[in-house]
Design a protein around this ligand. Structure first.
Ligand code: CA
Length: 226
């Protein structure tokens, strides 16, 4: 599971270093925020695969608030909370604000990594009104799409096509599936309608970006993913 980008929000340097060393040994890339304010800023704007957030960040900052604000921004990556407090109300509060797991200090890095892997393996199908893949975001209620914070104008077909791809991120969709879903069941499967529209969509979504999100799976169709 290389190339995974992890956000670590932890005010204590020794604990942070212990976690960073353990995660880097497992080939995770780690951004360490030593304050809640920095963690919140990075957590909202950067595309992470997972975040690890300490509950007691000092200076009156609470990891639970950081988690809640990241979720309120529509970020759906898994979040693991860390705390020395091992009581049910704190755990429930953390989970209720959108954390996926909770780990009590002290812990072995191996346990943290095992829990991270379990969360990262979790079904990647996206549901709900906000879809996020890397720095590409779609708000299906507001009908807006942004890449790296910049709005992208899509026509109705392109929007429907992108939504279908994003809701099935990581899964290859055949031309037939796309044709049925985005056009209609009677569309002629022998035309190159799908390829033409994917080309237009790709020009708007991927052009000028180093990371290409829309992928051609030769002989099958297309998929979107990191
Ligand atoms: Ca702390």
């Amino acid at each position: 599971m290389g190339d995974m980008k992890i956000l670590l929000v932890e005010d204590e340097r020794e604990i942070a270093q212990f976690i960073i060393n353990g995660l880097r040994a497992e080939h995770f890339a780690v951004d360490w925020a030593e304050t809640g304010a920095k963690g919140l800023m990075w957590g909202k704007v950067n595309a992470y695969d997972l975040a690890i957030i300490d509950i007691n960040l000092g200076h009156g900052e609470s990891g639970i608030d950081i988690c809640a604000e990241i979720r309120a921004k529509g970020r759906t990556y898994p979040i693991i909370m860390l705390s020395v407090i091992n009581d049910a109300p704190t755990k429930i509060a953390a989970l209720n604000t959108g954390a996926d797991d909770y780990l009590t200090k002290p812990f072995f890095v191996a346990e943290l990594v095992a829990r991270m892997r379990a969360l990262l393996r979790r079904e990647k199908t996206l549901t709900g009104p906000k879809l996020v893949i890397a720095d590409l975001e779609m708000d299906t209620l507001a009908h807006t799409v942004t890449r790296a914070g910049r709005e992208i104008k899509l026509n109705r077909k392109e929007f429907t096509l992108l939504e279908y791809l994003m809701r099935n991120a990581g899964t290859t969709l055949t031309r037939g599936m796309i044709l049925e879903h985005v056009w209609d069941i009677n569309a002629d499967p022998f035309t190159n309608t799908v390829d033409v529209h994917v080309r237009f969509l790709r020009a708007k979504i991927d052009e000028g970006h180093r990371q290409k999100l829309i992928k051609t799976v030769h002989g099958y169709g297309y998929k979107i993913g990191e």
